[in-house]
Design a protein around this ligand. Structure first.
Ligand SMILES: *Cc1c(COP(=O)(O)O)cnc(C)c1O
Length: 395
């Protein structure tokens, strides 16, 4: 076992021993999941916002933590009323309609929000569905809540085939369907028609959870599923402060849904799950929403330029409404990933075979990525269907 539970994973010595540890059978031989946390100059692997908070924002968050610290002998507000009100106010500025704090729920990252959803709406004998390629954490929440996990597929352009989706729902009768929009790892946003159609198909039997972790990066004309909440009481829209809000370290995710849904989540959450420090710091950070979100336009611009540049090099690139880009395809994507890492650029080896995902960073980070990729593709014939210019053969 490594000492860092989130550290580099996947190695054989990370696996749980199965000869003496009375661990649940389905956890035997399993290594903890997580992207490698490597200390390299250019980190473009977990879709973080590359811009840290300003000194003023950091000072306000620090002051909020100090005030919370003065009352640490007391349990925090179990209903996190002030934070819920602030999250509601924010959602009303980004597509939310008629929301009140009773519609809003929060937890330690949207990962925990998703776990709450499966604790309340999944479980033994129940099924959760998504459509691949999809977020790699979902199957883990399903496993940990004893929920059956079924995965349909997306089309070649990573869009959703509504007939296939309806057929999967009809066959498996899921109590939860989870779809990221924009999708991770492809960047594909779901059209409103797809959300309407799935929510309607699930009416009375299941929830449709639209994971909008990257919603703020969507391109003009792409609608948030928040706008559809008044039409579908079985629709749940999750958001996070980890991406556009540049606060991944704060661990704050949230959702908007019918108050009956949030009431069910209050039943399964651990007591006082949001610490006083988390509530205070998230609330302080929300006060700087405009500033924290101020770099979203810059990142969208950088993303669109990256898509054009990659396509200009003859690579396949998925359209992206997020702050990352899926590109390929490579006969040996691991060699490309390793070649970039050797040059100090960490991206993510994820998605369908042959594809790689790169997060959008600062202009300087993207320049480093582009230069490293040119070197890697120029030196090794790893790109299938890419215009690589002169080949020097494998090194
Ligand atoms: C990054 C990400 C999240 C956010 O997770 P947090 O726990 O809020 O940091 C949620 N869903 C998807 C698909 C993501 O990629």
């Amino acid at each position: 076992m490594t000492t860092d539970p989130d550290g580099p994973t996947g190695g054989p010595d990370d696996r749980l021993p199965d000869d003496w540890l009375p661990v649940r059978p389905e956890l035997r031989g399993i290594a903890p999941y997580g992207a490698p946390q490597l200390d390299v100059p250019v980190q473009l692997n977990v879709n973080e916002n590359p811009y840290p908070p300003s000194a003023a924002c950091a000072a306000a968050v620090g002051e909020a933590a100090r005030e919370a610290a003065a009352r640490l002998n007391r349990y925090p507000d179990r209903e996190f009323v002030a934070l819920r009100a602030a999250l509601t106010a924010y959602l009303l500025t980004d597509g939310g309609v008629g929301l009140t704090p009773a519609h809003v729920w929060a937890a330690n990252g949207s990962n925990e929000v998703m776990l709450h959803l499966l604790q309340a709406f999944g479980g033994p004998g129940r099924t959760a569905v998504s459509f691949a390629p999809t977020y790699s954490m979902y199957p883990e929440y399903a496993r940990d809540t004893h929920t059956r996990w079924v995965v349909g597929h997306r089309e070649d352009d990573f869009g959703l085939d509504l007939e296939h989706a309806a057929a999967v729902v009809a066959e498996h009768r899921p109590s939860v369907v989870i779809l990221p929009s924009p999708n991770n790892p492809t960047g594909t946003a779901l059209p409103a028609a797809a959300i309407r159609s799935l929510a309607t198909a699930l009416e009375g039997t299941g929830l449709l959870v639209v994971d909008e972790a990257y919603a703020e990066f969507r391109r003009p004309g792409t609608e948030s599923a928040l706008a559809l909440l008044p039409e579908h009481r079985n629709l749940v829209v999750t958001r996070t402060m980890s991406k556009a809000f540049a606060a991944a370290g704060a661990r704050l995710g949230y959702l908007a849904a019918d108050p009956a849904v949030t009431d069910a989540l209050r039943v399964v959450r651990l007591p006082y799950h949001l610490s006083a420090v988390t509530q205070a710091t998230a609330l302080a950070a929300l006060g700087f929403a405009e500033e924290l979100l101020g770099n979203v336009d810059l990142l969208r611009h950088e993303r669109d330029a990256l898509v054009d540049w990659l396509r200009g090099r003859g690579l396949r690139v998925a359209d992206s409404d997020a702050n990352f880009v899926l590109f390929g395809t490579f006969d040996d994507r691991h060699a490309v990933w390793q070649g970039l890492l050797d040059r100090g650029v960490l991206i993510r080896e994820t998605g369908p075979d042959g594809w790689l995902r790169v997060s959008v960073g600062t202009p300087a980070e993207m320049a480093a990525f582009r230069q490293a990729l040119v070197e890697v593709l120029h030196r090794a014939p790893v790109a299938a269907g890419a215009d690589q210019g002169e080949r020097e053969g494998p090194r």
